[in-house]
Design a protein around this ligand. Structure first.
Ligand SMILES: Cc1ncc(C[n+]2csc(CCOP(=O)(O)OP(=O)(O)O)c2C)c(N)n1
Length: 627
C-alpha cells in the first residue's frame, strides 16, 4: 500500500478507504488550494496529519498552524485578497475566537476564494459545548455546505471552493465529528497538477474597498446579501441536493449531514419508506425545491441535528406560500441535544410515526464495563505539578483551571480547578474572583499553547489592573491535548525551525516582576515557589516546566538503542500507606486486595517522578527492563 502522502498526490483515478478528514486534503490539492491555515482542535487534527503526510517539498500549498483561530482566519483572508485560494480549518468553538474577523469576511472581495472548514461537535465529544455554528453563518451572510460522508467531503469542498472563487465570498464547509472521522471507500477522479502553479500576488486596492468604514458598510452588506441570493439561485444547479424517490407522496423527510445517513440506517426495511430530500447547501436555502417537495407531500419531517434553524425557515416559507403540508420536527420530537445517531433517529421516527417505525429495542447493557475516567499519562509533568502545588495551598484557596491536558487536575486526587471556561480565560476569571476577596487566595492555571493563543490579554490585564493572583503556567513545550502541535515557544513550526518565544522573556518584557520557575519533577522546590508566589501582593507567575512525557517517550522509543525502564516497589519497605495511588495517582500503580502495590509494566515509563512521593522510599529507581 502506498503512503498517505503519495495517495493524496496520485494523478490517476483511484479508490481508497479514507477518513472524511483525509478526503478533504485530496480535495484541497485537486481544487488548487494555495494557502491552508489552522489551529488544532478536535475533530479536525487529522486534516493536519494528512497534510503533513505529503513531504513539504511536494506539498502543493503553504500550510501553517497559526497562534489561534482568529489569526489563522486573518492569514487566510490576506492570502485570498492577494488572489490565492485559501482555506482555514478549526474546531467548533474556534469560531468564537475567530468571530471578530470572520463576520467581516463576507463584506470583502475575496479574490482567490476562501473556504472556512468548521469541525462542529454535536454531542460535545471533545468540546466544552455543542454550539451550532450555522447561527454564525446567518449572522455573517456566509453560505454553508454540509457533507454527510467522506465522498461528499471531497466533492463538496471542490464545490465550496468553486463557489467561493466565483462569487469572491467566504463559504463554510461544515463538518461534524462523525463526518470528519467516518471512513468510507471513496472513488477519487484523476488529477493533473497544473504545468505551472500561478502564485502571482494580485492584491489590488481597486478590488476593494477593504476598509469597512461606517459609510461604506450598507453598500458592502448589500453586496453580501446579493451574493447569498446568487448562491441560492445556483443551489439546484450545483447538484449538491438529492431527491431519494421512494414513490411515497404521503410522507417525506428533509435531511442532510449525519442525520441523513442515520435516517437511511433507521429506516432499514421499513415500508413504505418516506421520500427524502437530501440537502447539500443548508444556507441559504433553495426555497423553490423545498416548496415543491412540501407541496408534493402531505407530511414532511425536518430531521435537524442541534438547533431548529431550517425547520423554522421551512415552516415560515410554507406559511408564506399558503402550503397545507404538515411539517414536523424538533418541536414535536423534542430532541435538541446530541448527535443524531441511527438509534436516536429511530427513536424520533417512532415518536412521530409510530405506525411506520417500531419502538427501538431497549438496549440493556448487563456487561460490567470498568470505568475509564480521563487521566494524565504516566510520567506527566502536570501530575507532579499538581501534587506539589497542592501541598502549598490552603483548603479555601480558589483555583481556576484552563483548557488543556492540565484541566484534568480538577479530578481526584488533586482537585485543583474549581472553575473552567474556555482557552485563556483563567487569569480573567481569577481576577474577578480576587476582587473584594481578602481571605481567599486565587491561583489560576494556564497551558503554554493557551498562553500564546488567548492567554496574553488576561495576563496583561492582571498586571495592568494590579489583580492579586498567582498564575501557574504549565509549560510542557507543546500543544499536548490535541496531538502535540508546535507553538510559538517550541522553537519550531510545522515547516521547520522557527524563532523561540520563551514565556519567561515575554512575561519579563511585560514587566511581571514576580516570576518563579522550576521543573515540575522538582516537587519540593515547586511547592516552595508556589508558597512564595502566593505571598506576593499583586500578580505573580510560576512557570512549572516539564516536557510532555507522552511526546518525549514516543520520540525516545524511535531512537536506536532505546531501552524501556520502569520503577519497582520494594515490598519489604512498603508500609501500605498508598500515597502513590491515593495522593500522587499515577495510573501505573494498582492496589491489590492484600494491600500490596503492583506496577503495570505496560504503563510505567520509568520516569521516577513518583519516587519522591513515597513516605517510606519503597519505590526504587528506574531499572532497565530488558524487555
Ligand atoms: C478556541 C479553542 N480552540 C481549540 C481548542 C482545542 N484545544 C483543547 S486543549 C488545547 C491545547 C491546549 O494546549 P496547552 O495549553 O499547551 O495545554 P496542554 O494540553 O499542553 O497541557 C486545544 C488547542 C479549544 N478547546 N478551544
Amino acid at each position: 500500500m502506498k503512503s498517505m502522502g503519495e495517495m493524496l498526490l496520485r494523478r490517476e483515478a483511484f479508490a481508497e478507504i479514507v477518513m472524511g478528514n483525509t478526503a478533504l486534503v485530496r480535495a484541497m490539492v485537486v481544487a488548487g488550494t494555495q494557502v491552508v491555515t489552522a489551529y488544532p482542535g478536535s475533530p479536525t487534527p487529522e486534516i493536519a496529519t494528512a497534510i503533513l503526510s505529503i513531504p513539504a517539498d511536494r506539498r502543493p500549498f503553504y500550510f501553517e498552524f497559526s497562534t489561534n483561530e482568529k489569526v489563522a482566519t486573518e492569514v487566510a483572508y490576506g492570502a485570498s485578497v492577494n488572489g490565492h485560494l485559501a482555506t482555514v480549518f478549526f474546531k467548533s468553538v474556534g469560531l468564537n475566537v475567530a468571530a471578530d474577523t470572520f463576520v467581516q469576511l463576507s463584506l470583502m472581495n475575496l479574490m482567490g476564494g476562501l473556504v472556512v472548514v468548521l469541525g462542529d461537535d454535536p454531542g460535545a465529544n471533545s468540546s466544552q459545548n455543542e454550539q451550532d455554528n450555522r447561527h454564525y453563518a446567518q449572522l455573517a451572510y456566509t453560505p454553508v455546505i454540509e457533507p454527510a460522508d467522506p465522498a461528499e467531503v471531497y466533492s463538496f469542498y471542490i464545490e465550496a471552493a468553486r463557489l467561493s472563487r466565483q462569487l469572491r465570498m467566504p463559504v463554510i464547509l461544515r463538518l461534524t465529528t462523525h463526518v470528519c472521522h467516518a471512513k468510507q471507500k471513496v472513488r477519487f477522479p484523476a488529477w493533473q497538477p497544473p504545468a505551472q502553479v500561478d502564485r502571482t500576488p494580485r492584491f489590488d486596492v481597486g478590488n476593494g474597498p477593504y476598509i469597512p468604514l461606517p459609510f461604506s458598510v450598507p453598500e458592502l452588506k448589500q453586496r453580501a446579501l446579493g451574493r447569498l441570493e446568487a448562491v441560492r439561485g445556483q443551489a439546484v444547479a450545483c447538484g449538491l441536493h438529492r431527491f431519494v424517490d421512494h414513490g411515497n407522496r404521503q410522507r417525506g423527510v428533509i435531511a442532510w449531514g449525519l442525520p441523513f445517513l442515520s435516517l437511511l440506517d433507521a429506516l432499514g426495511d421499513v415500508q413504505p419508506k418516506p421520500d427524502i430530500l437530501k440537502l447539500g447547501i443548508v444556507y441559504p436555502l433553495d426555497h423553490g425545491q423545498i416548496a415543491a417537495f412540501l407541496d408534493e407531500h402531505q407530511e414532511v419531517l425536518v430531521l435537524e441535528e442541534l438547533d431548529d434553524l431550517l425547520e423554522k425557515e421551512i415552516k415560515a416559507k410554507a406559511y408564506d406560500l399558503g402550503l397545507r403540508t404538515k411539517i414536523v420536527g424538533k418541536l414535536d420530537a423534542g430532541d435538541w441535544i446530541g448527535e443524531y445517531t441511527a438509534d436516536k433517529v429511530k427513536g424520533i421516527l417512532h415518536k412521530l410515526w409510530p405506525d411506520l417505525v417500531p419502538a427501538p429495542p431497549e438496549i440493556a447493557l448487563n456487561v460490567a464495563v470498568p470505568d475509564r475516567p480521563p487521566q494524565m499519562c504516566p510520567g506527566c509533568g502536570h501530575r507532579s505539578a499538581f501534587h506539589a502545588i497542592k501541598q502549598a495551598l490552603a483548603a479555601d484557596d480558589i483555583t481556576v483551571a484552563d483548557i488543556g491536558c492540565h484541566t484534568l487536575g480538577y479530578l481526584p486526587p488533586y482537585e485543583l480547578g474549581q472553575l473552567l471556561m474556555c482557552m485563556g480565560a483563567s487569569p480573567g476569571i481569577g481576577a474577578g474572583m480576587s476582587l473584594f476577596n481578602t481571605n481567599r487566595r486565587v491561583l489560576v492555571f494556564m497551558g503554554d499553547s493557551t498562553f500564546y493563543h488567548a492567554g496574553l490579554p488576561g495576563t496583561i490585564n492582571a498586571l495592568h489592573n494590579r489583580h492579586n493572583l498567582t498564575m501557574i503556567v504549565m509549560e510542557n513545550g507543546t500543544t499536548a491535548m490535541t496531538g502535540h502541535q508546535d507553538h510559538a515557544g517550541s522553537g519550531r513550526n510545522i515547516n521547520g525551525p522557527a524563532p523561540k518565544l520563551p514565556i519567561r522573556k515575554i512575561l519579563e518584557g511585560l514587566g511581571v516582576e514576580a516570576i518563579f520557575e522550576t521543573d515540575t519533577y522538582q516537587q519540593r522546590q515547586l511547592t516552595d515557589l508556589v508558597r512564595k508566589a502566593m505571598a506576593v501582593e499583586g500578580f505573580s507567575v510560576v512557570i512549572a516546566r516539564h516536557p510532555c512525557m507522552l511526546k518525549f517517550t514516543r520520540e525516545a522509543r524511535r531512537k536506536p538503542g532505546f531501552e524501556p525502564r520502569r520503577v519497582d516497589i520494594d515490598q519489604e519497605t512498603c508500609e501500605r500507606i498508598h500515597a502513590c495511588v491515593a495522593v500522587f495517582g499515577c495510573p501505573t500503580f494498582t492496589r491489590l486486595p492484600d494491600g500490596q502495590i503492583e506496577i503495570n509494566p505496560d504503563l510505567c515509563i520509568g520516569d521516577g517522578s513518583c519516587i519522591q512521593t513515597c513516605p517510606t522510599q519503597a519505590i526504587t529507581k528506574p531499572a532497565k527492563t530488558g524487555a
